[in-house]
Design a protein around this ligand. Sequence first.
Ligand code: PGA
Length: 255
Amino acid sequence: MIESVIAGNWKMNKTIAEAVGFASRLREALGASPGPEVIVAPPFTALRAVAEVLRGSAVRLAAQNLHEAEKGAYTGEISGGMLREAGCQYVIIGHSERRTLFSEGNDAVNLKLRAALAAGLKPIFCIGETLREREEDRTKTVIERQLKEGLNNLTAGDIGRSLFAYEPVWAIGTGRTATPEQAEEVHRFIREWIAGQYGRGSAEELAILYGGSVTPANIASLMLQQDINGALVGGASLDVESFLQVVRYNNIQEV
Ligand code: PGA
């Protein structure tokens, strides 16, 4: 049984004070209540302060990016070791905004995955097709390539320490969510691909999150799909009450 995961990606939003306020409210609201694993990904500047607020709670901390080198002359960059020291357990890698706005290709993503794992961080490995690729019926080809090149030289043990996120680029920040069936089809494809490369056990233990305009209104129907194990939430994770509603998707289902 895969534990569900709800992760909030704040992108370039929130001051330290805002991030601390959010984390305090989240901690207080979740308490010790059982539910999905909850992860927040603040911007670099707020990581340490949020880690302090969340210390001893079940909420986990993620960074949104890292540099693949351990240290050195890379002005403006942050290493995996630095993120660990700041209190991160996770790091988002290969987000479509990094791929398109900062020209990160599959090879760069692969180096970052390896660096994260070497630093003891769990990667949240993001993949997804553009609208054009979907319309040209190339979704699975693109996903397969992102998997093959992104995971180059990674072991089954590495996969076991990772989360995957399927985020169709056309659904990110657009209000246009993939239907649960569209998402499920790709999630299943990803799981089968992992089974083929790393064995059925690895595939069945892998949490694959869906991302792209997830809200309190659509989370429950997405989570009903067999191969959707959680969500990577952007816009709806910025307001703590709406994020809490996504986290409590089970309750939404009941009303
Ligand atoms: P969105 O972003 O929920 O605002 O579409 C998702 C993401 O980029 O991870």
